[in-house]
Ligand binder design. Structure first.
Ligand code: ATP
Ligand code: MG
Length: 468
């Protein structure tokens, strides 16, 4: 990062958590240049300024540029109300209930514009109740009180996220010593950590996410309350937990985030059944299995390859599913199919209480899990049918992962069938049609008990009697 920022940031004590007087860095004191900002975001900033409003780039957009990273998106904040923003932009839609926001749409890019947020402890109780709401745990359920830029800065989560860039005079306003914390590579909550976590427990997840994403450490005060306040995450709606899951597990740092979430006892609020199995340590495969899947996902994301969260859901739930199948089969005479679907539905209804997995991902996850059985049955036309399945590739990758982990960690030789099966499918894909047919024949004749009893010949149907 630019040395000029370093020089300036040392003018204030870095352990001050907030202040209403910002440090103002002029253009020659910071590296934020218009070339590094999306043209759409610049357009929005200019249009708001021209309309007579204050407008700043804020949050990740400024923070990441200071860190020399390309920002994922550009968020803007202004003193214009959502309605006033809407009046300025034709391509604007207002969204959100908890936080009312404007989305300005430029083709595939969306610029999020928020109005400065204010404090909640105003004496005017009547208006406060209408616009803000707090739960019995201190959680903010609605947060639509508008305020000044100073108030807005205090309502942001971390010091490094309370940096504001103005396109009017190209200054960066640092309200909470965020630049100093960037220098010190510290994730530090603004204000009293416990209060801030109670207001919004998701900030605990954000602290972990920023620590891994930016390769920083949490400050002592920011880290300290997490283990105790973790249970507050139970109050977060499953749909929001799903969003956080995506940010934590589908952004190239899944393995590190998993490790930290486990360390701070927060993983169980995403996958309670998995967490239980991990803690019991009775299944030797589950930990390396999940870890390897996360590592592969990170690798794919960092190589710009496609990934689907459905694969991770299948990975997470595979061993809890196996356990549930066994439990259902214990003593009960269920067909393998009934046991599988019964167990799956029980696991899913439990899982959905933590994360609301959208139906489209559930469907793909189910396909991957079902394919694990289909891939073992290769006689007749079955192998070709499985091969043509739209999710064959994901199912096959999943099988490979299972065989890789089970063969590495198995204490007995029980994994050899799985390894053979995975190898068979690898060969099958690479062979010509004739060889594929030959492979299927070999499987059929090799499989003990695989030969079906000869089909009974159907009696030829009686010809309908001619009634005419
Ligand atoms: P990235 O987009 O790279 O994940 P970001 O910091 O831009 O990081 P966003 O979720 O896009 O994160 O939020 C934009 C800004 O809004 C943040 O930088 C922060 O200032 C503020 N913010 C977001 N979520 C919260 C929260 N739960 N509590 C307080 N402030 C928040
Ligand atoms: Mg952002």
């Amino acid at each position: 990062m630019c040395k000029r920022v370093l020089g300036k940031s040392t003018t204030k004590q870095s352990n001050e958590s907030h202040s209403s007087d910002p440090i103002v860095l002029t253009r020659d004191q910071h590296p934020v240049s218009r070339k590094l900002i999306s043209p759409s975001a610049l357009k929005v900033l200019y249009r708001l300024n021209k309309g007579g409003y204050d407008a700043y780039l804020v949050g990740g957009g400024v923070r990441d540029i200071l860190l020399g990273i390309q920002p994922k998106d550009f968020d803007i904040v202004t003193n214009a109300t959502p309605e006033e923003i809407k009046a300025l932009f034709r391509n604007c839609r207002l969204i959100g209930r908890r936080f009312r926001l404007a989305h300005i749409v430029f083709g595939r890019e969306i610029i999020e514009v928020a109005t400065f947020r204010g404090h909640h402890d105003t004496s005017d109780k009547k208006t406060t109740q209408k616009t803000s709401k707090q739960s019995e745990h201190g959680m903010l359920l609605r947060d639509n009180i508008y305020g000044s830029i100073e108030e807005d800065a205090e309502r942001r989560d971390f010091t490094i996220n309370a940096l504001y860039y103005s396109a009017k005079d190209y200054t960066v306003h640092d309200f909470a010593n965020g630049v100093a914390d960037i220098e010190a590579r510290q994730i530090r909550l603004i204000g009293d950590p416990e209060t801030r976590y109670r207001e919004d427990p998701v900030r605990m997840l954000r602290a972990i996410r920023f620590a891994t994403k930016l390769d920083m450490n949490m400050s002592k005060e920011t880290e300290a309350p997490i283990k105790e306040l973790g249970p507050l995450l139970e109050n977060i709606p499953p749909a929001r937990m799903f969003e956080e899951f995506l940010k934590l597990f589908m952004s190239g740092k899944a393995e590190e985030n998993f490790n930290l979430l486990r360390e701070y006892g927060l993983f169980k609020y995403f996958f309670p059944l998995v967490d239980q199995q991990l803690n019991q340590q009775t299944n030797i495969y589950i930990q390396p299995f999940i870890q390897q899947a996360l590592r592969n996902t990170d690798k794919r994301i960092n190589n710009d390859q496609r990934v689907t969260p459905a694969f991770l859901f299948a990975t997470m739930l595979w061993y809890p599913l196996q356990e549930q199948i066994q439990q259902l089969q214990n003593g009960a005479h269920l067909t393998p199919q009934d046991a599988f679907f019964g167990a799956l539905s029980e696991i899913m209804s439990e899982q959905q209480r933590s994360i609301a997995i959208p139906k489209r991902f559930q469907a793909v996850m189910k396909d991957i899990l079902i394919l694990q059985d289909k891939l073992t049955k290769r006689e007749g036309k079955r192998a070709f049918k499985a091969f043509e399945h739209p999710k064959f590739r994901a199912g096959y990758d999943f099988l490979l992962l299972r065989s890789e982990i089970e063969s590495t960690y198995s204490e007995s030789g029980e994994s050899s069938t799985l390894v053979e099966l995975a190898k068979w499918w690898t060969d099958f894909q690479n062979n010509s049609h004739e060889t594929k047919e030959q492979m299927i024949k070999t499987v059929s004749s090799n499989r003990i008990g695989a030969r079906r009893s000869p089909r009974k010949r159907r009696k030829p149907r009686k010809k309908p009697t001619d009634i005419s």
